[in-house]
Write a protein that binds this ligand. Structure first.
Ligand code: PHB
Length: 375
């Protein structure tokens, strides 16, 4: 069978971020830690990697720091300097030339950083001075290190952080992206504000769920001012424990957030539904998913170790509009074609996920290349 099965739910087109996506096999944001140094600048190799994956219905870029303070790992790219914007332009041009679509994922890591990565060796910042039981990767020599206790942000610093998101959204436009996804998942800054385990503030940004959601919603508003509500999405991970995260009442927290996002009218919520690196959550958090689905009328994008058949069922049942695939896209640059043809899938090598060169990055073959090698 060589043609795409029109009855396959993965290949129904989808209106999303003011575009018509040809399929619902989306590429998840994936940290690959291969930007050029110094300056955390996207390069030709990164452009090749994304271009190879341009048949995704939509690509969401790897997490990209909005400021030097927002950096938490060696070699991740930024989107605050002129050189970085020019580097991203190579990526977006390559994806568009290959017929694809790509959003920038805007990232501030908050406490998941280290003085070795921060301007002037400063402490990382967070809603509250709570040391996470987590590690970060600071350099090829030092590798993974313990994260120190962060400094709690003064309330007067918060408008400046919102401004950094706004500026990064402007930069994403200048770099030729088709829209942006706000990273509010996996224990980074916005998530640290959202969830009770990392937020002990007693001002307008802590305490009640409304207050904990305030930063996320202010950032979303600022980004909408740049892009319009149709070209903005957000990623959340309501049950994730990665980076030492916890919330006393995720149904309440994410209900408040979803209602706020619904009022703002953004294009989609992408939900990391299952485990991510050491997350203890078992299964998918159906109660939170139901709450988000009933509180928010935009598109729902599911993520989290989905197989193609699980994704088909989820979309067919109306439980998700699309699914993002991470590791499968690392190992299968032509993933949509393979899924359409029910072709075999390549296995990923997790030793080459982070850092390094083209090995385990741009050297995974397409089906066609496998065919050529065999002959
Ligand atoms: C990571 O670099 O380990 C990382 C980055 C972004 C995420 C999750 C993990 O959302």
């Amino acid at each position: 069978m060589n043609h795409q099965d029109r009855e396959d739910p993965l290949f129904r087109s989808l209106e999303l971020v003011a575009m018509t996506l040809p399929n619902r096999v989306l590429m998840a944001p994936l940290t690959r830690s291969r930007s050029s140094q110094p300056g955390d600048i996207p390069n030709e190799l990164n452009a090749l990697y994304y271009r190879q994956r341009a048949s995704a219905g939509l690509i969401i870029s790897e997490a990209t720091q909005i400021s030097p303070q927002g950096k938490g790992y060696a070699f991740t790219p930024g989107i605050y300097s002129h050189e970085q914007v020019l580097g991203w332009r190579k990526v977006t041009d390559a994806v568009h030339a290959a017929g694809g679509r790509i959003l920038a994922q805007l990232w501030h890591v908050g406490r998941i950083s280290h003085p070795a990565l921060q301007p002037d060796g400063a402490l990382p910042v967070a809603p509250s001075a709570i040391k996470p039981k987590a590690q970060t990767y600071i350099s090829a020599d030092s590798g993974m290190v313990e994260i120190p206790e962060p400094r709690a942000l003064e309330i007067g610093e918060i408008p400046g952080i919102v401004m950094q998101y706004r500026q990064a959204a402007e930069n994403a436009k200048a770099a030729g992206f088709d829209g942006v996804e706000i990273h509010a998942a996996n224990g980074y800054l916005i998530d640290q504000f959202l969830r009770s385990g990392s937020n002990r503030r007693s001002d307008d940004y802590g305490g009640s769920a409304e207050n904990r959601c305030r930063l996320a919603l202010e950032i979303t508003e600022a980004v909408i001012e740049v892009w319009g509500h149709e070209r903005v999405g957000i990623r959340v991970s309501p049950s994730g424990s990665f980076n030492d995260m916890h919330d006393d009442d995720p149904v309440e927290t994410y209900g408040v957030l979803a209602r706020g996002l619904d009022r703002l009218g953004i294009a989609f919520i992408e939900v990391v539904e299952d485990s991510f690196q050491g997350n203890e959550a078992v299964g998918r958090p159906e109660q939170v998913i139901d709450t988000i689905r009933s509180s928010y009328k935009g598109r729902y994008i599911a993520n989290g170790g989905y197989t193609a058949d699980e994704a088909r069922q989820r979309i067919d049942a109306g439980r998700a509009d699309a699914v993002t695939f991470g590791r499968l896209f690392i190992a299968n640059p032509d993933l949509p074609q393979r899924l359409a043809q029910h072709a075999p899938l390549d296995k990923w090598d997790d030793s080459t996920f982070y850092g390094g060169n083209e090995q385990g990055y741009t050297d995974y073959p397409t089906l066609e290349e496998v065919g050529k090698r065999a002959t």
